[in-house]
Ligand binder design. Sequence first.
Ligand SMILES: C[S@@+](CC[C@H](N)C(=O)[O-])C[C@H]1O[C@@H](n2cnc3c(N)ncnc32)[C@H](O)[C@@H]1O
Length: 213
Amino acid sequence: MTDDVLAEQVDYYRRRATEYDATAYGDLAVARPRIARLVAEMRPAGRVLELACGTGLWTEALAAYADSLTAVDSAPEALAIARERVTAANVTFLVADIFTWTPESRFDFIFFSAWLSHVPPDRFGPFWDSLRPMLADGGRVLFLDEHVDEQGKESYVHDGVVERRLTDGSTFRVVKHFLEPAELTARLRGLGWECTIRRDGDDWVLGEARPTP
Ligand SMILES: C[S@@+](CC[C@H](N)C(=O)[O-])C[C@H]1O[C@@H](n2cnc3c(N)ncnc32)[C@H](O)[C@@H]1O
């Protein structure tokens, strides 16, 4: 079941790529300054990894701070948009599946936006375990996602699985677990991560995690 839904999720974002910015962010003149502000507040530096970079709206902001930035996503169609958007020489885009990809080097700063909510419960622990060896000493993981208060906008077909519709009418099952900060903090602590999570507006939450010493 999970593997089927995860494959459908990958397919969904490939097909959604050209409509993603408009349907996910609405007015980019509003979204871009918010993204730029949040990235500045995160203080990214050094060797940066962005997982599930999508069309590159966060990549664009991260690139200004990174010595090097590796941006990974499973959708070549989204990366094509990201490559046009972000032409900075310090950025490398890679098509890969986050659940199986292993980087060749370590990173000072790992970031993902709107990804954690798409990780199913049975992959949650293994996903966080996979991040640990990717982090350099003193490294940090930052993540941005939607607060649980936003879940009413989704159409749930099973616990943690929603149905999404593209503008052509096609439908896809997607994993979606909105973030509840206290619950997530406790869960990450149980996996060996110290985490602080704060809200930004009513819709987004921003978390910072470090391996427990
Ligand atoms: C909600 S979008 C977020 C895009 C971008 N981070 C943002 O916030 O605008 C989720 C992204 O995860 C990517 N994705 C889905 N499954 C993936 C997988 N198994 N490996 C890598 N990327 C995946 C999709 O292609 C999509 O670009």
